[in-house]
Design a protein around this ligand. Structure first.
Ligand code: 4AD
Ligand code: MG
Length: 445
C-alpha cells in the first residue's frame, strides 16, 4: 500500500507511489484526460487521470467529481516543471481513486462573488486559495511572535478576558452580566501585565481583545488578537528597540517560510525585505509638520480636507497613510498629546501635555500596527490621572498598589495581529485576516 503523504512534502516523494487525502479544488475533463486539483490543507497538487491508464469505472468516477468532493487518491509523483500547484513542479499520475463524498453544488464558484456573499459563506470561503494563503501567513506570524518573545526573555502570562474595568477608554467596552454585577470583555491585557512584570520582569499576553467600536473602517474589528509585551526597567527608547527587533523578525520569518503564499497573494516582497532595524523615529510634532507640508503640496481638495488636523488630535487613517508614504520602513511616531491617549501614560519631563507614548506605523499606507508607552510609575500622579479621567478608584485599587511596592519605570506595547497580517500579506481589509471576523455588522457565521 502506498504511503499517505501531505502535499507540502510532495517533492520528497518523486517517483514513488503515494496517497493524498483531500478535496477537489478544480476539475477539467477533456474526454481522454481528467485533471484534478486536489487540496489537502497543506498545499494544492495537480492529479492527472488518463483514460487509457485506469479502469472505465475509475475514469467515470473521476469525471463525476464535483467541486469540494472528498477523495483519497493514489498515484506516482512525477516531476514536471509545468505542473501548477503549491508547491509547484510536481504532479500525480493517478492509478487509484476512492470517492468519500460527492459534494452538492458548491456555492462558491470560480467567478467573481460579492464580499457580503463570501462573508456569509466564510465557513466555506476559508477553503479558497487566497484565504488559505492569508491564514497560513497568520499562523506563521503567531509562531514568530511567540518564538521571538520566548527567546528574548519574555514570559507568557495569560490575562483575564472578563474584567471589572476599562483599559483603553470607556466608550468601547462590551458589557456582560457577571452574576448580577457588570463586567467587561478585555480591551487589553496591559494592566495585568503591569502586575506580572513585578513577578517576572518581562512578560507578554497574547489573546483576543474586544472593542465595541462603532467604526466600520477596513482596519477595525470588534474582536481582534493582540500580543502585548511589557517590561520592567524599560523606558520609551528601550521599548522602541524591542519593537523594531520584534517586528523585523516577524516579517523576515514570513519571507523565509511563507514565500509561496506571499507569491500567491501577489505581494511585492521587495518592500518587506527592507524591514530591518533601525526604524525611523519622529515626534508627533514633526509628524504634524510633515502633514502640513503634504497639505500644502497637494492639489487634491478632498485630501486637503481629510488631512485637516490640529495639535492635540490623534491621527486618523488618512494622516497615517500619507505620513507612511514618506518612509520606506515602518516609522515610530512618539510623544503624542496626553489628552489624545490613555490615562496610564508617563508624561514627558517638563512637558506634561505630551506623553511618552509611541505608535509604530507600517509602510505602504497600512497604518498603526503597534501602540505603546512608558507607564506612570509614580503613585500620586497615577491617583491624579484616575480622578481626572473619572475612573472608579475601587476597580483600580490593585493597579494603584503596583506603585506602592517597588515601583519602577516600565513600558510596553500592543501589536494588533490582524493589522500585521494585513500589512505583510498586502491586502486591504482586516476581515480576511482572521478565520471568523467579528465586525460592527457581522457576528455570523
Ligand atoms: O493602541 P491600542 O489601543 O493599545 C492598547 O490597547 C495598549 N493597552 C497596548 C499596550 O500598550 N499593551 O491597541 C494596540 C494595537 C493597535 O496598534 C492596533 O494594531 C490594534 O491593537 N488594534 C486593533 N486591531 C483591530 N481592530 C481594532 N478595533 C483595533 N484596535 C486596536
Ligand atoms: Mg492605538
Amino acid at each position: 500500500m502506498a504511503d499517505t503523504i501531505r502535499i507540502e512534502d510532495i517533492a520528497q516523494h518523486e517517483g514513488e507511489e503515494v496517497t493524498l487525502q483531500g478535496w477537489v479544488y478544480n476539475h477539467t475533463d477533456t474526454g481522454k484526460l481528467v485533471f484534478l486539483w486536489i487540496r489537502d490543507g497543506t498545499g494544492f497538487a495537480q492529479c492527472v487521470i488518463f483514460h487509457k491508464d485506469v479502469t472505465p469505472e475509475l475514469f467515470e468516477a473521476a469525471q463525476g467529481l464535483t467541486y469540494e468532493s472528498s477523495v483519497v487518491i493514489t498515484g506516482v509523483v512525477r516531476q514536471d516543471d509545468r505542473a501548477p500547484g503549491i508547491p509547484g513542479g510536481y504532479e500525480l499520475g493517478v492509478s487509484d481513486l476512492e470517492v468519500l463524498q460527492i459534494a452538492e453544488e458548491y456555492p462558491i464558484q470560480p467567478k467573481e462573488h460579492g464580499v457580503e456573499f463570501l462573508m456569509d459563506n466564510r465557513h466555506l470561503w476559508i477553503r479558497s486559495q487566497r484565504q488559505w494563503a492569508v491564514l497560513r501567513v497568520r499562523a506563521t506570524i503567531i509562531e514568530a511572535i511567540r518564538d521571538w518573545l520566548d527567546d528574548s526573555g519574555f514570559v507568557n502570562m495569560d490575562t483575564p478576558i472578563l474584567t471589572p474595568a476599562a483599559c483603553e477608554g470607556t466608550t468601547t467596552l462590551f458589557e456582560t452580566d457577571y452574576f448580577g454585577d457588570l463586567a467587561y470583555l478585555a480591551q487589553s491585557g496591559q494592566l495585568y501585565n503591569e502586575a506580572d512584570i513585578y513577578a517576572f520582569g518581562r512578560v507578554y499576553c497574547f489573546g483576543p481583545t474586544f472593542r465595541a467600536e462603532k467604526s466600520k473602517t477596513r482596519r477595525h474589528l470588534t474582536e481582534f488578537w493582540m500580543v502585548e509585551p511589557e517590561a520592567a526597567f524599560c523606558d520609551m527608547d528601550q521599548l522602541m528597540e524591542i519593537e523594531e527587533q520584534f517586528v523585523s523578525y516577524i516579517v523576515q520569518t514570513c519571507l523565509d517560510e511563507r514565500a509561496e503564499e506571499l507569491e500567491l497573494l501577489e505581494r511585492d516582497t521587495s518592500r518587506l525585505e527592507k524591514v530591518a532595524p533601525p526604524f525611523p523615529r519622529i515626534s508627533y510634532d514633526e509628524a504634524l509638520d510633515i502633514i502640513a507640508e503634504i497639505r500644502e503640496e497637494t492639489e487634491d481638495p478632498e485630501l486637503k480636507e481629510l488631512l485637516q488636523i490640529e495639535w492635540g488630535d490623534d491621527f486618523g487613517s488618512p494622516h497615517e497613510t500619507e505620513l507612511t508614504e514618506r518612509f520606506e520602513k515602518p516609522v515610530f511616531v512618539y510623544g503624542y498629546p496626553t489628552a489624545a491617549k490613555a490615562f496610564y501614560m508617563e508624561p514627558w519631563p517638563d512637558r506634561p501635555e505630551v506623553s511618552k507614548s509611541v505608535d509604530l506605523l507600517a509602510p505602504e499606507g497600512y497604518g498603526e500596527i503597534t501602540g505603546g508607552s512608558e507607564r506612570i510609575s509614580d503613585l500620586e500622579l497615577l491617583l491624579e490621572r484616575l480622578a481626572e479621567w473619572n475612573l472608579p478608584r475601587e476597580a483600580f485599587e490593585w493597579y494603584v498598589d503596583l506603585r506602592r511596592y517597588g515601583s519602577v519605570p516600565h513600558s510596553g506595547f500592543g501589536l494588533g495581529l490582524e493589522r500585521t497580517v494585513t500589512w505583510i500579506c498586502g491586502i486591504d481589509h482586516l476581515r480576511e485576516t482572521i478565520p471568523f471576523p467579528r465586525m460592527l455588522t457581522r457576528v455570523y457565521p
